[in-house]
Design a protein around this ligand. Structure first.
Ligand code: ARG
Length: 460
């Protein structure tokens, strides 16, 4: 019992199986840098309000810096029986500086300590995600820039609908990842709130200054209610939701890459570095990276579900259940960071088959809307134009031809309003070029989108 920091009232030792079951040091040691930063800020704040002398605070800070050094150079001895990162560090501090180390935990509980550490950690990761997302948006923007003039069938219901530029298609994903970055920034704002000073749950009797701690740690604010401060895990749930949304967007892009790499489409050429072969079928080049990313999306959603379920029945304030909040975040964070980074690299390396994309437009009557709009522009009500065009499509389809392959006489059977200028309207390039309305696929609109993304990247 005497080996435990909390062992004063205990007569018997903790069962070995219980020690094993309750410990978290093997994973929460990932919070060591934040734990030490937080403790240093706490010591400074206590000196500032006279709870420690300046000399005591200086000795504690020097000791903590030595602990940090030991952890970073790998000489630190992590002890399972010390339960978690917080007590491992404090125990070592006391070994180094003696009983003064015991003053560090004045007016503090592991409840506000762990909340602080985790908030600092999650905030840092959210900011890293933003950097990675910006990198991905930049890759998409660069690819889009190269493919302003490439056209492919835009689909609805996975059926050919209207031609769009590849640039426009890729920029749709850039929009998603910019929103994700914005979500991460918003979430970081709520995460960067310091709970230190809440102590176990009720606040503390010491004349503490929580704002000084928040200020030293670069956090935007302090808790308003000590019970909320130690039991709020919204920040990590929001972060994992943000990561889930990132993965959902990646997964949709992966799905397109997988479909486009099927030879029936043949729109993308998988770079060798991002594909794998089959052990039996020599012809295979499989989009495993995209498939795994689609698969790992489920893993991140799993973490979100774990956290939502973890929190749902917990009464105020701290409950030990909350220790289970770390691993789902760590796992989601690893997956999100690796996935965003790999997608950016894969996007850079992806080759598009411009001819195949262009040829696919001709097979799907992607200019049928153009014929209807053409007739409408000559005065025919759009509903009637839609019907007339449908008849022309049926006629051409039965003969295995496209609308643009029909002669002017064949076309005029459907309406006397049709003249030679119809061929200009039926050209796929024209269909793309004419869609210059806000956010449309026209080249002017695409240029404006690219400019806006560049401005966003500059501001990031
Ligand atoms: N390892 C614990 C956690 O992650 C730290 C807080 C423990 N507090 C306590 N009173 N047992 O939640």
């Amino acid at each position: 019992a005497e080996t435990k920091m909390w062992g004063g009232r205990f007569a018997a030792r903790t069962a070995g199986s219980v020690e094993e079951y309750t410990a978290s040091e093997h994973y929460d040691r990932a919070l060591h840098a934040e734990d030490i930063r937080g403790s240093i800020a706490h010591a400074h704040m206590m000196a500032g309000c006279g709870v420690l002398t300046d000399a005591e605070a200086a000795a504690i800070v020097a000791g903590l810096e030595q602990v940090r050094e030991e952890i970073e150079n790998g000489s630190f001895q992590w002890k399972r029986e010390l339960e978690d990162v917080h007590m491992n560090i404090e125990a070592r501090l006391t070994e180094i500086i003696g009983p003064l180390g015991g003053k560090l935990h004045t007016g503090r509980s592991r409840n506000d300590q762990v909340a602080l550490d985790f908030r600092l950690h999650v905030t840092r990761r959210l900011n890293e995600w933003r950097g990675l997302l910006a990198h991905l948006v930049e890759s998409l923007q660069r690819k889009a820039d190269e493919h302003r003039a490439t056209i492919l069938p835009g689909c609805t219901h996975m059926q050919p609908a209207q031609p769009v530029s590849l640039a426009h298609h890729l920029l749709a994903y850039a929009c998603m990842f910019m929103r994700d970055s914005d979500r991460a920034a918003d979430c970081a704002r709520r995460s960067a709130v310091s709970p230190l000073g809440a102590a176990a749950l009720a606040g503390t009797t010491y004349p503490f200054n929580p704002a000084a701690v928040a200020e030293e740690l670069g956090m935007g604010g302090v808790f308003a209610n000590s019970m909320d401060a130690v039991s709020d895990r919204d920040f990590v749930i929001e972060a994992v939701f943000t990561g889930s949304m990132v993965m959902a967007h990646l997964s949709r892009l992966c799905e397109e890459i997988i479909i486009w790499s099927n030879p029936a489409f043949g729109f993308v050429k998988l770079p060798d570095a991002f594909a794998t072969g089959s052990s039996i079928m020599p012809q295979k080049k499989n989009p495993d990276v995209a498939e795994l990313m689609r698969g790992k999306t489920g893993r991140v959603y799993g973490s979100l579900t774990t956290l939502m379920t973890l929190i749902k029945g917990l009464p105020l304030a701290y409950n030990r259940d909350m220790q289970e909040d770390k691993e789902p975040f760590f796992d989601a964070d690893r997956t999100v960071r690796a996935s965003v980074a790999i997608m950016a690299d894969m996007m850079d390396a992806l080759g598009f088959d411009v001819e195949r994309m262009r040829a696919a437009c001709a097979r799907g009557f992607l200019n049928a809307t153009e014929l209807a709009d053409y007739l409408a522009s000559k005065g025919m009500p759009f509903r009637e134009a839609h019907h007339v065009t449908g008849a022309a499509v049926g006629f051409a389809e039965r003969q295995g031809r496209g609308l643009e392959d029909l002669t002017i006489d064949e076309l005029r059977q459907f309406s006397e309003l049709i003249d030679e200028d119809v061929y200009e309207a039926l050209a796929y390039e024209t269909a793309v070029a004419r869609r210059e309305t806000t956010g449309g696929t026209g080249p002017g609109s695409v240029s404006r989108q690219i400019d806006a993304i560049r401005a966003w990247l500059d501001a990031e």
